[in-house]
Ligand binder design. Sequence first.
Ligand SMILES: Cc1cc2nc3c(=O)[nH]c(=O)nc-3n(C[C@H](O)[C@H](O)[C@H](O)COP(=O)(O)OP(=O)(O)OC[C@H]3O[C@@H](n4cnc5c(N)ncnc54)[C@H](O)[C@@H]3O)c2cc1C
Length: 401
Amino acid sequence: MGQTNSVAVLVIGGGIGGLAAALAISRAGKQVCVLEQAPEFGEIGAGLQLGPNAMAVLDKLGLYNEASKYAVFPERLVIMDAIKGRELSALDLGREFISRYGYPYAVMHRSDLHTVLAEACRREGNMSLLTNKKVVSIQDHGAEVEVLCQDGSVYLAEAVIGADGLWSTARKLLVEDKPIADGFVAYRGAVPLSGMTAHARLEDVVMWIGPDMHFVQYPIRSNELYNQVAVFKSKRYHEGAEDWGTPDELDAHYAMCCPTIQKAIQYIHRDQHWKMFDREPIDNWTQGRITLLGDSAHPMYQYMAQGACQAIEDSDCLGRMFSLHGTNIDTVFAEYQKERIPRTARVQRSVRTWGEIIHASNPTTVLLRNTIMEQRASTDYSVVEWLYGGHKVKAENQAVI
Ligand SMILES: Cc1cc2nc3c(=O)[nH]c(=O)nc-3n(C[C@H](O)[C@H](O)[C@H](O)COP(=O)(O)OP(=O)(O)OC[C@H]3O[C@@H](n4cnc5c(N)ncnc54)[C@H](O)[C@@H]3O)c2cc1C
């Protein structure tokens, strides 16, 4: 039996969501301990898009300037036809966008953002960040929660935040659901920008769309690196199957694409790929003194680049609720999930709809989609208003997309 430790707030998982939450809760005056299963805090070597909704929270945490040192601020979000190689639509991210939403749209290396958050956490006087702490059981005893790690150590906490990602242990306390796959897989990674020639405009975030696929490109780390994400639907996927989304399928699927993508795909690392999952939204994240945050609460496909942004929004809300309701954990968690569940459920569902739009293969649907996209003005912000127009938007009565 390992040692027993008492903490005020325990955060399980030191990803972007867990660290942002730890910081926000610490700023609300609580002692916080983060347990991370990995031997080191870190993130994978790929890019991350951050909408103004996330940048606003980073600013509130005092990290806007620090994060901006590593960020790239693109001029436009562009949608290209992956087969014909032509532009379909764009969203202007310039002055009008910034004045409308208060903050710019940024793209960063994941590990740069993670490092900025981890360093800020380490500067907090009342926080500890622990690695090699895989949580294996969580028990709510009413006045406190008992958390057991694989190494035998035990933590007694007044409140626990399960920020342990898609395969969350904490979520199992609430619901028996499983991550849902629909056959999509992602290959991703960043390469030095200097050696990269197969791209659209470097000032833009570009999403190439085509039948059952999309391909994303943008520069990161102050324009040193170029990030690429290649996504496609595996023809070999069926429920229970293991061997799907392999590199030979990637090449076969992308053979239909325009020459720029065919060339760019050669820069994609093939040694690792990510099968895509989400889950159905749930209407409760809380059991007693345990609640969920980020991907453990609302895992979503990445097609709208909002998974981490929503986790960051969650953190802001949780921090505010700790500030407002202090020691009453029941109220903190009740108010937190009341604000966050409708909003994140809407994003989860909208991402699925957006996935169907961008991955369409029926020629008539594609023709209609492309015609509508081509007619949109780049300063028409109506499609993103609900998402970026203040992250406390009441979402209940709004249509999905
Ligand atoms: C291809 C791709 C592209 C994406 N692009 C974007 C984008 O551009 N913008 C965006 O906002 N989002 C994007 N996302 C989504 C985003 O990556 C996630 O939503 C976000 O990282 C979730 O953060 P999290 O902290 O909730 O979970 P995670 O990042 O999964 O972190 C969970 C942490 O918990 C730890 N953990 C798990 N179990 C335990 C345990 N039992 N004990 C202790 N520790 C544990 C894990 O090791 C991990 O460190 C993308 C996702 C993918 C797959």
